[in-house]
Design a protein around this ligand. Structure first.
Ligand code: ZN
Length: 147
């Protein structure tokens, strides 16, 4: 298992160092800001939905490696998916990071890099911040920017 853990660690470090989709979207259809007071992670999430499909999503913000890597991995994983697929993946991801470490969980590919947070409950909020922010963004039907 330790090799697997090293691999996961590498994915997180890579996405923290070179976050994908780390930018704003000029005219997003959905937008939300997320904040994790436990760690100080801040996130702005921009989403562009065309019909049913998420055609683009991007984020800006600052926070710990876990929160940044999670947002990076999430934006990569969801481009081209439908809103329903994104919501289903949110449920699956949430289940993976909140299941006790001694119990088996589904393999979510690269997203499973974050499964290690199960052993550090305080980190679960870091890993799920991007997803909760996505849910908040998608729940809004019109663009609402607070800044
Ligand atoms: Zn954090």
């Amino acid at each position: 298992m330790s090799d697997l853990r090293d691999l996961y660690q590498e994915v997180i470090l890579d996405h923290n160092k070179r976050p994908r989709n780390f930018r704003a979207i000029d005219v997003p259809t959905h937008f939300a800001e997320g904040y994790n007071p436990l760690c100080g992670d801040r996130l702005k999430l921009y989403v562009k939905v065309d019909g049913d499909v998420i055609t683009d999503l991007a984020f800006l913000g600052s926070g710990c490696a876990i929160s940044k890597a999670s947002a990076s991995l999430m934006t990569d994983a969801l481009r081209g998916r439908t809103v329903a697929e994104a919501q289903a993946l949110f449920e699956r991801f949430h289940h993976v990071v909140t299941t006790p470490p001694d119990q088996p969980v589904e393999d979510l590919g690269k997203l499973s890099a974050l499964a290690g947070v199960r052993e550090f409950p305080v980190r679960v909020k870091c890993a799920s911040l991007a997803w909760h922010t996505l849910k908040a963004a998608l729940d809004r039907t019109t663009l609402t920017s607070t800044e």
